[in-house]
Design a protein around this ligand. Sequence first.
Ligand code: NDP
Length: 335
Amino acid sequence: NHQILLDNRPTGEASTSNFKLVKNELPELKANQVLVRHDFLSLDPYMRGRMNDSKSYAVPQALGQVMGGGTVGQVLDSRSDKFHPGDKVVGMGGWQEYSIVDATQVGALRKVDTTHVALSHYLGAVGMPGVTAWYGLVKIIDPKAGQTLLVSAATGAVGSAFAALSKARGCRTVGIAGGPEKCAYAVNELGFDACVDYKLYQDAASLSAAIKLACPDGVDGYYENVGSMVLNAVMPCLNAFASIALCGMIAGYDGKPVPMSNPSLMLLSRLKIQGFIVSEHMDIWPEALAELGQLVATGKLKPRETVAMGLASAPEAFLGLLKGKNFGKQLVKLG
Ligand code: NDP
């Protein structure tokens, strides 16, 4: 079983030297254990926070241990009556080829139906990132039809699910993304009404002017994934009593500061700002997954994936995700 461990913590930017590839023998299965072969690993921005030993929205990853993370795969062997060889499953198997899961642990392994939804999408649109989009939209922004909603990192795993959910609620949906290719994809494939390429602008004021053009009625709800210049540009575009679902601030994950230039706008615009961590809201997952599964199964949400090949490619692909090199959900395919 090849595995990737966190070998040492980054000082400043993360690098491939923080990780170590090792090989271990798989132990014999004990009672209630299930052996899973991973078909895909999920790479997610939160993993960068876990590489540090400081406060983050996820507990620190232990040194010398397999990098944690979502996985989808197939049951190969089972000593539990809840799972059988051939079952397609989602779990938290981490950066390794196989995992052994205790089937008595609630939620550790979940069977999924791949008749209408591809297995890999259970790590993206019909998985944690999709539910994240759903929570911020439904529980924090709580939009009304006809309102204008804006999302940053618009073509990513969370942003693309947000677009489909927002359009389903009759909202004008505008994205912010990096580069002409991502913006064209947002409008042509993801159903965004408009998309602003933040890379065309050198400062928050000029980006803000471009957002105002794309949102002529102002912004009623903003779904924040990035922070820094993007947030500073959005703030003056928000309508009175607008909401911000504060989901992520990826611009700061690799050590850069994410200053807020004009906090007084929170007061002047009477904003509601709510941060959240999706894993603390397990009660809404079934409802969210049902809607997301429906959107994917009916082709209303066609999630794009960037797939790195082989376990050894995970560190490089992960570092690329932190620099926006991914286009849609970043995965690693094994086997
Ligand atoms: P994505 O698939 O969106 O990938 C990350 C994207 O961030 C990049 O592709 C890039 O897109 C964009 N980005 C924008 N600015 C920067 C920057 N300065 N540096 C690097 N990347 C940048 O990731 P996810 O959809 O998985 O996650 C989106 C956000 O949601 C993240 O902030 C993540 O932490 C957060 N999240 C929060 C959760 C919670 O519970 N609160 C749970 C899951 C995710 P572009 O090229 O368009 O700039």
